[in-house]
Design a protein around this ligand. Structure first.
Ligand SMILES: Nc1ncnc2c1ncn2[C@@H]1O[C@H](COP(=O)(O)OP(=O)(O)OP(=O)(O)O)[C@@H](O)[C@H]1O
Ligand SMILES: [Mg+2]
Ligand SMILES: [Zn+2]
Length: 329
């Protein structure tokens, strides 16, 4: 174990209690994300879990109770654990070190020595409930600086500066492995067609996504369904959109031209918001809705104009043929 200043890239034990120490804005949460999610106990997240508001200072006591319980249980299991909180006071750190000692786990302090001015500047773009007042940041920064010499005496087995840790490597390795698995490069099937779905609509929708085989509702294009309980949406994967080789999704909406229409009307679905709009109605009258029977708004306007001039029975015959086509597919 190191007694003096740590060498560059110290080797952390495989399983330890890692206590991050730094003012707000120092980069604790950013650093913590280089460990797998379950290993990180974030006081902000725990505040959110007890109160629905990560920034709710009044909920800190309850969040700290939950933190101590989780640290103890994880130490009992000898699981590597990272505590993401400012931890700038001895009072905040003592129960954490005690939990590690109780279970014979190494306690490691990681000090984030980010300059005060940087910590302050990083408050500016934050949402109101996550902005820490400048005076508080200054005090936290001072406490961090003063903490440093007493950490060994508090029982930490090792004390490191965050900037010396080699966390970029395991972070990139883990992200790379996840990406390879998505692409099927790890020997699995990968996400395949779902990669496009994820890019357009986000990863959360994937568990609900079902490709529909042998569905003719999209004129031969691939069809998928998103279903939860009684509610569902039907989607079509369009290829070669605008003749430019692009892929895009359409979502099925009621025909805006005739409530009795037996065709299939589609609106472009560019993102997850369009799916919500399709489900709740606002997308039904999107200017780009195209019905397999009626065509788009332009066609229908033109049609109305033509009917103003002469009552063209051929036009109608055309439409009827299309309608029959649509129903057959
Ligand atoms: N190594 C880094 N390189 C570039 N930017 C960084 C780095 N670390 C942190 N940041 C940026 O600083 C900002 C604040 O970092 P972070 O949220 O991790 O701070 P924190 O210590 O967790 O603060 P708090 O105690 O308020 O939760 C983030 O927007 C992040 O992008
Ligand atoms: Mg944070
Ligand atoms: Zn129609």
């Amino acid at each position: 174990m190191t007694t003096d200043l740590s060498p560059l890239y110290p080797q952390l034990p495989e399983n330890a209690l890692i206590v991050l120490i730094g003012a707000s804005g120092a980069g604790k949460t950013t650093l913590a994300r280089t460990w797998p999610a379950f290993q990180v106990l974030s006081l902000d997240t725990l505040r959110g879990w007890v109160s629905d508001d990560e920034g709710c200072q009044e909920a800190s006591g309850d969040a700290v109770d939950a933190l101590h319980l989780l640290v103890d249980r994880r130490m009992a299991r000898r699981r590597n654990t990272v505590v993401d909180a400012t931890n700038v006071t001895r009072d905040a750190r003592a129960p954490l070190v005690a939990a590690a000692k109780r279970h014979n786990m190494p306690a490691i302090a990681v000090v984030l020595g980010t300059p005060e001015a940087v910590c302050l500047a990083r408050q500016v773009p934050r949402p109101d409930n996550r902005t820490v007042p400048a005076d508080t940041v200054r005090v936290q920064h001072q406490l961090m600086v003063h903490s440093h010499q007493s950490l060994r005496a508090e029982g930490f087995n090792e004390v490191h500066f965050a900037e010396n840790l080699y966390r970029l490597e395991p972070f990139l390795r883990r992200l790379g492995e996840a990406r390879d698995a998505d692409l099927g490069l790890d020997g699995s099937n990968g996400l395949g067609d779902l990669l496009l779905v994820r890019r357009v609509f986000g990863p959360e929708i994937l568990p609900l996504w079902q490709w529909k085989h042998r569905s003719g509702v999209a004129g031969g294009d691939r069809v998928a369904e998103i279903r939860l309980g009684q509610l569902h949406l039907t989607l079509a994967l369009r290829r070669d959109v605008d003749g430019e080789g692009d892929y895009a999704f359409d979502v099925m909406v009621p025909c805006p031209f005739d409530p009795e229409c037996r065709g299939y009307a589609w609106a472009p679905a560019d993102n997850i918001t369009s799916l919500h709009r399709a489900l709740t109605g606002p997308l039904d009258n999107h200017e780009d809705v195209v019905c397999s029977v009626h065509g788009g708004f332009d066609d229908v306007d033109q049609e109305a104009d033509e009917h103003d001039h002469d009552d063209d029975p051929e036009g109608r015959a055309d439409l009827e043929a299309q309608h029959a086509d649509a129903v057959r597919t």
